[in-house]
Design a protein around this ligand. Sequence first.
Ligand code: B12
Length: 218
Amino acid sequence: MAEKLLKDLIDAIIKLDIEKATNLTKSMIDKGITAREIILDGIMPGMKAVGEMYERKDYFLSDLLFGAYLSEECFKLLEPLLAKEIKKVPIKGKLVIATVKGDIHDIGKKIFTSLMRAEGFEIYDLGVDISAETIAEKVKEIEAEVLIVGTSALLSTTAPYFKDVHEALEKAGVRDKVLFMTGGPPIVTADEVNADFYTNNAFVGVKRALEYVNKKKQ
Ligand code: B12
């Protein structure tokens, strides 16, 4: 049943049918399908396909924009569920997060941020198109035993900028005090940009953040 509904959701996203997509999301929530499944096996493949249609010139930029709006509407329905799926906990650390300079994609960043908030992290979301220096300044300003820096990029032209963030953190003297995580499609590896970690799965990112918290506590 879940498989069929998820497939229908992917189809509705591809067809940019917002009413069907939001109704399917609601019905999956009612049937107890987890937010994790809906995001990873419904929204993400649906959006990937919309991107491919744009690439093939079957869709215009306006369609891409509407696809983004549609997926955000589905995600809004999932937010309360995510908060319930992850139990409420005391503050575990702080997260400074941004989409890097030149890049305005933020749907994935918002998903990761919501998960981290629900898991007990205090969030400093700097927004989109943010310079390495701004990120480093904010990190320097914030004091925390457990401090995570998350950066997101979806373009092959902007993902290499993660390296600039690493350099700015180093210049500000904070690089070794933080866990530097990067996310988005696999355009660069963590090693190439001197990050501590890379993932294209927000849930894996949260798991890594929690491992870092536990290591810090020891
Ligand atoms: C929606 C979208 C847009 C929207 C963005 C709206 C918004 N508010 O985000 C709009 C219409 C504005 C847009 C614009 C553009 N886009 Co666009 N876009 C997409 C699309 C269709 C979906 C992206 C998305 O939201 N996916 C769903 C989310 C949930 O996935 P995700 O971001 O990967 O996030 C997950 C993980 O990566 C992870 N994650 C993400 N960030 C982080 C951070 C951390 C720290 C962690 C731990 C995890 C993590 O968590 C998420 C959940 O697991 C993609 C297609 C695709 N294949 O992805 C193209 C795509 C990324 N866009 C593309 C392009 C070319 C553009 C434009 C240049 C188009 C143009 N001619 O103007 C502009 C660039 C604007 C800019 N300067 O940034 C190309 C990029 C090609 C490339 N390799 O460089 C793609 C791949 C489409 C394509 N196939 O051609 N886009």
